[in-house]
Unconditional design. Sequence first.
Length: 476
Amino acid sequence: MSTLWVVGDSTLSSFDDKYYYPRYGYGTKLGCYLNSKVQVNNLALSGRSSLSFTKEENYKELLAGIKAGDFLIIGFGHNDEKTEAGRYTSPIGGRDKKGTFAASLYDNYIKPALDVSCTPILCTPIVRRTATGEWTKQELHITDDAAQFKGGDYSQAVRDLARDLGIVCVDMTEKTKALYDKLGPEETIYLHAWPSNKEVSVDNTHTNIWGGRVNAFLVMQELEKAGISGLSENIVNIRADEPLPDKNRYLEKNASYKPVVFSDELADSKNFKDAYGFKGTVFGDVTTLPTESDNYILEEVPGGIHIVVKNNDGKISTVTDGIAMYYKKIPVNVNFTLKAKMTINDYFYNNQVSFGLMVRDDMYIDKKMPDVLGDYIAAAPLNLTYKDQAWSCFARKNSELMQGSVTGRELKPGDTVEACIKSNPDGYAVKLGDGEFLTGGFDFKLTAVDPKHVYAGFFVSRNADVTFTDIEYTEN
C-alpha cells in the first residue's frame, strides 16, 4: 500500500476544538477521495512554517517513513511569512539561496522525498477569507518588508519552485480565490471556523469541516488530472461531489459547544499575586494556562508591574484575544484615569503582539476560551511590523477591531512610552506616547457583558516583555 504523506500548517492539520464550527484543515479530508490502495498520513501541525516544522517529531516521522512509491503533499506558506526568526523564510530568491522559502521547501521536503523515490507535490497556501469581497495583499500571502524580514509573494515562490523542478503544483491560492469570488462573502463565511455561535466570530484563516472538505476536493480534483502514476488512478468520489461538496451535507456544528457564561463574581487567581492593587490573570484564546507552562510572568517589581508572555501564547487577532493582564474591577458609574510608563524590554515583530493599558467589559480568571469575548479600549500599539505606521490605540466594539491612530515612530526594545486611559460620561479618551488624546471612535460605554463594572489595567499578548512604572490610578 502506498502512503500519501501530508505536511503543512493549520490549513491542512487536524484540531481538537471546542468551537461552534470547529477547525478542520484539508489534510483531514484528503482520504475521502482515495480508495483503499492509498492511505493518508497527515503530519501537518498548526502554527508551523516550513522551517519550524523541521524541529518537530512529525518531521522525524516523515523522514523515517517515506519510501519509494509514496507521495508527499507539501502545504506551507501561512507561517513562513511570520516575522519571527524561528518561523520566517524569505519569499525572495530560489532554492540555491540560504534562508529562502524555496530553499526550505527543497532542502527539507522535496529533496528527501526525491532521494527515496517518493513523489513530492507542492500546494500554494489557501487564501485568507475576505469579508468584503475585496482582496488585500495579506489575504493573498504577499507581504511587505518588516524590520529585517523581507517581504514578497509566497504563493509565487511555490509556483516558481515547482516550475524550475518540473514537479506538480496545485495552486490553492488561485483556486480558493476564484471560488471565494464566485461564492461571495455571504457564503464563504460558512466555509470557515466560528469560535462562537455568532457570525462575527468567523475565523478568516481556518476552515471548518465543510471548508476542509471543499479544499481537499479542489486538491484531489487537480491531482486526478495530473496523471501521477500510483495516485491519480486511485482518486475516487470526485464526480459524486461535483461541482462542489454540498454545504447541507457536510457542514456540521459542534454538538458539545457551550457559549461563554459570564459572572462578575471573580475568584482571585491561584497563580499570580496582587500587585499595586491590581489582580493578575491569563484568559481568552491562549495556547496554555499558567498551570500548563511557564509562558507567563506577572509580578510586582520595585516601582512597578512586570508582565511577560512567551512562545506565541495569546494574541490580539481580528476575531479572538488571548491576554495576560493585571486588572482592577471598577463600578461602571465611576470616572477614572489610569496612566503608566511602559518600558519595552523586548518583543517579537508580529502583528498579533500588543501591550499597554486596557479597559474592558468582561473579565475571566485563568481560563482558556477560544470564543469571542467582550469589547474593550486599549492605549496600546498593534500591527507592530508596520513600524511608524503601527496602530496607536485601538478598540474592539461589537466584536470588531477599530484603529485609533498611528504611532508615527517605530517602537523598539528599550523604548519607554507613556500610556493613559480616561473615562468620561460619554466613553473614553486614550493616549499612547506624546500624541493627543483620542476620543473619536472611543466614545462608547463598555456595558454589553457586565452592565455594572469595567475592568481596567495592564496587558501583554503573544511575545512581549514589558515593565509598567509610574502607575497612577485616580477616580474623578
